[in-house]
Design a protein. Structure first.
Length: 385
């Protein structure tokens, strides 16, 4: 009987967004894999345990933490942190004798690919996309793209990301497109109970957004659309944190719509709050393969999204959701207004959305694809790093 292949899974465990949810899905499902996965999670040692670590603790999944730096940024730059992380990771990898390193996220790619190259271990990297909001992120993204050229294989979670990688000279033969997945039947709470907790009346339409409150998500356009709908019985729920929170709060005050805006902040149990929505809105300027959209569809919530990234391949306009042009406030407002006014349309869209998750984006098919890519990356000599 062949021994299970040993895989070291390397990622950061600081925030809890789409990529961390993908990590949690993989580790939750690891028992269904033939391979054995050991998580190596990079943390800020001066901070309390984040959501990902807490969830793994609940599941009794054992992991190894690695410090991303020796001191907080407020105490000065840690210029040797990359070298220190590589050396520490290599110590663990040599002791564990792993067959494959699987990295997820730009810092994990940089550290993991360098360590793998030195040790002669094959490496699989998952690329969730690139957001360069400042010079530091731009530097790390450029370094990440350079290092991805030296990975054995690269998973692109969207076709847009795959094309971007090819355009940045990551060899096309190394890239495989594997889209994200979610549970097709998430555990939820009764809609009426959650809406009561939020202070939303049965007669009101609750639209909502879930994710990081950042400029590329188009939330200013959503607020402008909300102004155009201020006479309608519509409220808007924001689930998440980020730099745009201050703008949303001020804009709501200045436009006298504070009673229409609910800012929940970061929430671990996203499905609970998704259940309360009548319409999910994702007005982004850029996306890959958004987990929040899949979660909304799994909760049978009709979605209105910008026509960007892989979104047009997930929902079909007027069949399983609505697509609008990014940045077009009038079109966004019209789509919200039309769906809000017709309960039968909402029911049809949400029903079709749920079927799409079951048929195309469920976890069982995704796990099978991950098993296949693990096997092929380890065994196929032509993909050697």
């Amino acid at each position: 009987m062949n021994k299970p292949k040993k895989i070291a899974y390397l990622t950061t465990a600081i925030g809890f967004g789409g990529s961390e949810k993908v990590t949690l899905n993989l580790l939750r499902s690891a028992g269904h894999l033939k391979s054995s996965i050991k998580p190596f999670l990079m943390v800020r040692p001066w901070e309390e345990k984040g959501t990902l670590l807490q969830e793994l603790d609940k599941l009794n999944i054992h992991y190894q933490t690695l410090p991303v730096a020796a001191k907080p940024p407020a105490e000065g730059n840690d210029y040797l942190r990359i070298i220190r992380c590589i050396r520490l990771l290599m110590t663990h990898l040599q002791a564990g004798k792993y067959d494959l390193i699987h990295t997820s996220g730009y810092f994990a790619d940089i550290i993991g690919i360098m360590a793998a190259r030195y040790l002669g271990v094959k490496v699989l990297a998952t690329c969730h996309g690139f957001i360069s909001n400042d010079a530091k992120l731009k530097f790390y993204n450029n370094l990440d793209i350079f290092m991805l050229r030296y990975a054995t294989r690269v998973i692109a979670v969207s076709s847009v990301i795959m094309n971007e990688l090819v355009g940045k000279h990551v060899p096309k033969r190394k890239i495989v497109h594997i889209q994200n997945a979610v549970s097709a039947n998430p555990a939820t709470e009764p809609k009426a109970c959650v809406r009561k907790e939020l202070g939303v009346a049965e007669s009101e339409i609750l639209i909502g957004y879930c994710g990081r409150l950042s400029p590329e998500k188009g939330l200013r356009n959503l607020m402008q659309a909300l102004i155009l709908l201020k006479q309608e019985p519509i409220k808007c729920l924001f689930i998440g944190e980020g730099p745009e929170r201050g703008f949303i709060e001020k804009y709501a005050r200045d436009m006298h719509i504070q009673d229409k805006v609910i800012l929940l902040g970061f929430q671990e149990n996203v499905e609970k709050w998704m259940t309360a929505l009548d319409i999910f809105v994702l007005p982004s300027f850029t996306e890959g393969h958004p987990m929040a959209l899949l979660e909304a569809m799994a909760c049978r919530v009709p979605a209105i999204c910008s026509r960007v990234g892989d979104i047009p391949g997930i929902i079909e306009d007027n069949q399983s959701g609505r697509l609008v042009a990014p940045g077009d406030v009038a079109q966004l407002k019209r789509a919200i207004q039309e769906i809000a006014a017709d309960a039968e349309v909402r029911q049809r869209l949400s029903g079709n959305a749920g079927k799409i998750i079951e048929q195309r984006f469920g976890l069982s098919n995704w796990i099978k694809k991950m098993e296949d890519i693990y096997d092929s990356t380890i065994l196929k000599s032509e993909w050697t790093a």
